[in-house]
Design a protein around this ligand. Structure first.
Ligand code: ATP
Ligand code: LTN
Length: 334
């Protein structure tokens, strides 16, 4: 049996990934590179759906790729590439866009949130069609599983609907992908407002722990994380969202069950938990930061790895796109 195909993407929209990205997505990506045939991309075309600076985007695209390798992706065991290096993504997105209903696209919650923030006159058509490009990313690779955080569930549903619609209309062409969402880490919360997700674009700097952040800052932020009334260390999403979030992070990074942590910290108070958690986070992120810095010290090497990744990706994407052109009835050039 061949290994299941996996694809996922991450936007180069900040100078560092955060703990939510790391726990909700990247760690699964690393774990899946051996059991699956995995493709991972830095989705720079998604990043330009909101206003951006060209020099900053170039820098962040490299920093994002370096962090993927820093987190443990191995170019010999998986394919890492930059989305815009594989033009088939945009080509398939156009075809899928022609199968997407306007109302269907209008129901995407992430678009509603982001466009409400930008204002109706500022939100771009690119932001509106963002999930269609995401569907193209996934379907081009005949993907079985898509490791993502909880916030991507609706985009995955749209992707499945589009794949089924295409197959129904034009004949079996796409594998129908399934989301791979790990409970417990699928929604790491903001440290200052544990009712919202930790996010590059909407968290305050104090609410977010960056993967590339220096240890002193990480300790300070965890020490100041908003906790709940009372003193009992207990997971309870409703009554104690702050402590629940800290326990989840702790458990995800150490492998110790939340119930066992509750027992161990019974009577110890929030301060002790936070101090120990800060050590756990600092120790987990330090090697990622060091490896990322090493990758960034040799950008020629990094760019070569990305070129190699893009060439492997194009081989797969090209086959799918040729089938799509044929099924849809686009006349081949002679
Ligand atoms: P933005 O705020 O710019 O939308 P983001 O912080 O949500 O960015 P993305 O690049 O959109 O990050 O997401 C990369 C991956 O990380 C996705 O799989 C997403 O589901 C996951 N992810 C993002 N935030 C969290 C979080 N707080 N908890 C768990 N997973 C998350
Ligand atoms: N929309 C995703 C990023 C993304 C993605 C993908 C994830 C773009 N293309 C393909 C999985 C598969 C996000 O904002 N997190």
């Amino acid at each position: 049996m061949s290994r299941p195909r996996v694809l996922s993407g991450i936007q180069p929209t900040a100078d560092s990934f955060h703990l939510g990205n790391y726990l909700g997505a990247l760690r699964q990506w690393v774990a899946m590179q051996d059991s699956c045939d995995a493709f991972y991309c830095v989705v720079d075309l998604h990043a330009i759906t909101v206003p951006q600076d060209p020099a900053v985007l170039r820098r962040r695209t490299r920093v994002a790729a370096a962090q993927l390798f820093g987190a443990g992706l191995d170019p010999d065991r998986c394919t890492v590439f930059v989305q815009s290096h594989v033009p088939e993504h945009v080509e398939l997105a156009w075809v899928l866009g022609c199968l997407t209903g306007f109302g269907e696209a209008s129901r995407m919650v992430q678009f509603k949130d982001k466009s409400a923030k930008a204002g109706p006159d500022t939100a771009s058509v690119g932001l509106f069609t963002y999930p269609i490009l995401q569907a193209a990313d996934i379907l081009l690779y005949q993907t079985d599983q898509v490791p993502v955080g909880e916030d991507q569930r609706q985009h995955l549903e749209l992707t499945r609907d589009l794949a089924q619609r295409f197959n129904h209309r034009f004949g079996e062409t796409f594998v129908i992908p399934r989301p791979y969402i790990l409970p417990g880490v699928a929604k790491i919360a903001d440290l200052q407002d544990p009712t919202i997700k930790m996010s590059k674009s909407s968290s305050s700097p104090q609410g977010i722990v960056d993967v590339l952040e220096d240890p002193a800052a990480i300790r300070r932020k965890i020490g100041r994380a908003v906790t709940d009334a009372g003193t009992e260390v207990r997971a309870d999403e409703e009554a104690k969202p702050g402590i629940t979030n800290l326990l989840r992070i702790y458990s995800a990074l150490t492998g110790e069950a939340v119930a066992s942590l509750e027992q161990r910290y019974a009577g110890a108070g929030y301060g002790t938990l936070k101090k120990d958690l800060a050590d756990v986070v600092v120790n987990a992120l330090a090697p990622v930061r060091e490896r990322t810095e090493k990758m960034l010290a040799d950008t020629d090497h990094l760019d070569r790895l990305l070129a190699q990744g893009a060439s492997r990706a194009r081989q797969v994407a090209g086959v799918t796109m040729a089938a799509v052109r044929d099924r849809v009835g686009l006349l081949p050039p002679s």
